[in-house]
Design a protein around this ligand. Structure first.
Ligand code: SF4
Ligand code: FES
Length: 319
């Protein structure tokens, strides 16, 4: 077992554990945000840089610090490693810069975006964004692409995290889209309009951290903060049937996979459960769903941030 200390809290983890996974085992506010890493998607991570941390001691044997901030989702712990996340003003500054960078091209259309209220980038912007942009050039825009009657694709909102590419690759048997070109010219493309054909393609909506892929059967019908999410299941021959169904009154507005504390789905659901089962009678209700703590759906989330005592010395930085 390797001992790692993150923001003054220590834990012993198996060799091969990443800093992000170790932080999640400790839990709380010291867990770095992650937009491209998804624990159920092999090879995900390393694209968005929101999870960067500072390694102030490499290991017990070689205590030299790492010269630059590292992506915690891709960096494995060493025995005796010491890491700073929210206790490092340098990390907080870098995270602000990453959010500013992501917002260079991402449109500020939260008021009309169906992902508002459960968007990782919106949450990050609340915590680390500035109220003005220094970018004077025009934002990059793409032509609209129709990918069928179930999934709405907004390429302008895409942050090129690759999660939907890995989801299509690993959950379906016919990935037909990917990311083309490099740098500013990168775009998600190639037969993306065929992506809807597969029974599990709807999971791309759940893994998309922003509003680039949204549910057409729910689009513009309601705001998520007016809905009551309930955990429910049904006997399904294609998937586990374990879902979250979102009610307003007695009406089911949408069906999604169940998301954990980090917004990740572990039981991926099929398109039939997601798009075709919109009657309460289709489901066995288990009880109220837990809302992701980082979501603005938690009332007053941003007013009541509890800063753990171990990081009080940098409380001012956080504020
Ligand atoms: S569409 Fe969404 S999931 Fe796919 S690469 Fe873009 S931001 Fe990521
Ligand atoms: S979550 Fe680590 S780089 Fe994106």
């Amino acid at each position: 077992m390797f001992k790692v200390t993150i923001d003054n809290q220590s834990i012993e983890v198996e060799a091969g554990t990443t800093i992000l996974q170790a932080a999640r085992l400790i839990g709380g506010d010291i867990v770095p945000p992650a937009m491209c890493y998804h624990s159920e998607l092999k090879d995900s991570g390393g694209k968005c840089r929101t999870c960067m941390v500072k390694v102030v001691q490499g290991s017990e044997k070689d205590p030299r610090p790492m010269p630059k901030l590292v992506a915690s989702c891709r960096t494995e712990v060493m025995d005796g490693m010491v890491v700073q996340n929210i206790t490092s003003p340098e990390v907080i500054d870098a995270r602000k810069a990453v959010v500013e960078f992501l917002l260079i091209n991402h449109p500020l259309d939260c008021p009309v975006c169906d992902q508002a209220g459960e968007c990782d980038l919106q949450n990050l912007s609340y915590e680390h964004g500035t109220n003005a942009s220094r970018y004077e050039e025009e934002k990059r825009t793409y032509d609209k692409i129709d990918i069928g009657d179930k999934i709405q694709f907004h390429p302008n909102r895409c942050i090129l995290c690759y999660r939907c590419v890995y989801a299509a690759d690993q959950l379906t048997d016919n990935r037909v889209h990917g990311i083309l070109y490099r740098g500013e010219k990168s775009e998600i493309s190639t037969f993306v309009h065929q992506a809807i054909e597969n029974d599990f393609s709807g999971n791309m909506i759940d893994v998309c951290p922003v509003g680039a892929l949204t549910d057409k059967t729910f689009r513009f019908k309601n705001r998520v903060w007016f809905l009551k999410p309930m955990e429910a299941h049904r006997n399904c021959t294609k998937c586990s049937g374990k879902s979250t169904i979102w009610f307003r009154g007695n009406e089911v507005y949408r069906v999604t996979g169940r998301k954990d504390t980090y917004g990740e789905v572990h039981d991926f659901i099929c398109n039939e459960c997601r798009f075709d089962k919109k009657q309460a009678s289709d489901w066995t209700i288990e009880g109220p769903a837990t809302i992701v703590p980082s979501s603005v759906l938690n009332q007053n989330h941003y007013k009541n941030v509890v800063i753990p005592s171990v990081i009080n010395p940098i409380k001012e930085t956080m504020e």
